[in-house]
Structures are given as structure tokens and as C-alpha cells.
Design a protein around this ligand. Structure first.
Ligand SMILES: O=C(CO)[C@@H](O)[C@H](O)COP(=O)(O)O
Length: 228
């Protein structure tokens, strides 16, 4: 699977979201962080802004729900027009039912794991998903330092994906930058969320291109990608 770079609008100017989406032309998805001040100690945006963003950009939306009661809310983000909806397993009462509902409504179903949540209990759920998100910071804020203790979890997840022959995308989010993206790609990630590394750059579109080039080079030398 080709490398994908998804800029996180958490680091963008919220008063100019339509322009900020245009500033990352060439990105694969726009990563939209939805926070409710309960699941995480921060508050961002909800369904109406997602509906507006869908109208404002041709880049598909990758909505990452850092909210409680995911079973109730996630389907509403599909209806709002998100192309991919990620719920946290820690916030879902019935993750299999929820993933099936997201897919049935027409979006890609994705599940996220906080840093302290292991992948192993969820091995049997992987065929129900289109993407798995491994958080590489504690969710809630942009601009945090990458947790390199997550690299073994990325490697183990890539092994499970290969073992089961799945098409599942493996996303990493948090502290992804020019200094860390290659380690993530070598460990097995293929979808990279970057907030401050893109929107903190003078030219966000150029930052996307540079991150993609780095990730592609690292993937090309990664053993997990050569084994296929
Ligand atoms: O979900 C989150 C934070 O909870 C992320 O999407 C951040 O927005 C990534 O920002 P950087 O760490 O790349 O600055």
C-alpha cells in the first residue's frame, strides 16, 4: 500500500479552516480531531464543522473521534460526509457492531488504541476494520513528543496484519515529524498523521511532500514491505 500523509487540522488556524485545507493540497486525507473534553481534556469541534469542511475541500476527511459514547456519535460523522471514521476502542461499548455500522453507512471503519492499550486482545477484530490507529502520544493535544516506546506495538500490529493477510491500513498519530516518520515507516506504519510538522512549517504542502518522500524511502528499505 502506498504511503499516505494526513495533516491534522488540530494545528491549523480554526478561523480559516477552508484555507488551511487548501494549504495542504496533495495530502491524502485531512485528519480531523474531534475532542469532547471527557474522553480527553480538550474540546475542539463537532458534526456541523465536519459538514462544512466536506463542502470546503476535495480532500477526504479522516475523522478521529476522541469522544465518549462512540457507539452513538460515530455514525453521525459518516452521515456528515467523513470518508473514514476512527473511534477509540476504550470509548466503544460494541466495537464490532460499530465498525460494521460505519462500513454499512459507506465510510472506512477505523479503531484507535491509546498508548497503554495493547493490540493483542483485538487481533480477532482486525478483519472488521479498514484501518487501525496507534496513538504515539497520549491523545488530547498537538505538539507533543513522539513516544518511541510505541514502536514495538507498531511492529507487532504489522506482523498481525501480515499473518492474517489483511489489507488493513496502519496509522500512527502524535509527534510524527521529519525526525520520527522513518522509524514509524520501518516499524510498519503506512498512514502518517502530522499536525505541527505540517501546519508549523512555512509551506505546509511542501512539508507534506517532504514527509511523504521520507516515509517512502524508509518503507522501501523496511523488511515488512519487502516480504509481500
Ligand atoms: O490526535 C492528536 C492529538 O490527540 C493528533 O492528531 C495531533 O493533532 C497530532 O499533532 P502533532 O503531534 O503531529 O503535532
Amino acid at each position: 500500500m502506498a504511503v499516505q500523509i494526513n495533516p491534522s487540522i488540530l494545528s491549523a488556524d480554526f478561523a480559516r479552516l477552508a484555507d488551511e485545507a487548501k494549504a495542504v493540497e496533495g495530502a491524502d486525507w485531512l485528519h480531523v480531531d474531534v475532542m469532547d473534553n471527557h474522553f480527553v481534556p480538550n474540546l475542539t469541534l463537532g458534526v456541523p464543522i465536519v459538514e462544512s469542511l466536506v463542502r470546503a475541500t476535495d480532500i477526504p476527511l479522516d475523522c478521529h473521534l476522541m469522544i465518549e459514547d462512540a457507539d452513538r456519535w460515530a455514525p453521525q460523522y459518516v452521515e456528515a460526509g467523513a470518508g473514514s471514521v476512527t473511534f477509540h476502542v476504550e470509548a466503544a461499548a460494541a466495537p464490532v457492531r460499530l465498525a460494521r455500522e460505519i462500513r454499512a453507512k459507506g465510510a472506512r471503519a477505523s479503531m484507535a488504541l491509546k498508548p497503554a492499550t495493547p493490540i493483542e486482545p483485538y487481533e480477532d477484530l482486525l478483519p472488521e476494520l479498514d484501518m487501525l490507529l496507534i496513538m504515539t502520544v497520549e491523545p488530547g493535544f498537538g505538539g507533543q513528543a513522539f513516544l518511541d516506546i510505541m514502536l514495538p506495538k507498531i511492529r507487532r500490529t504489522r506482523e498481525l496484519i501480515s499473518k492474517h493477510g489483511l489489507e488493513l491500513w496502519l496509522q500512527v498519530d502524535g509527534g510524527v515529524s521529519a525526525s520520527t516518520i522513518e522509524q514509524c515507516a520501518e516499524a510498519g506504519a503506512d498512514v502518517f498523521v502530522a499536525g505541527s510538522a505540517v501546519y508549523g512549517a512555512g509551506d505546509p504542502a511542501e512539508a507534506v511532500r517532504a514527509l511523504r518522500a521520507q516515509a517512502e524511502r524508509a518503507t522501501a528499505r523496511a523488511s515488512w514491505a519487502c516480504d509481500d
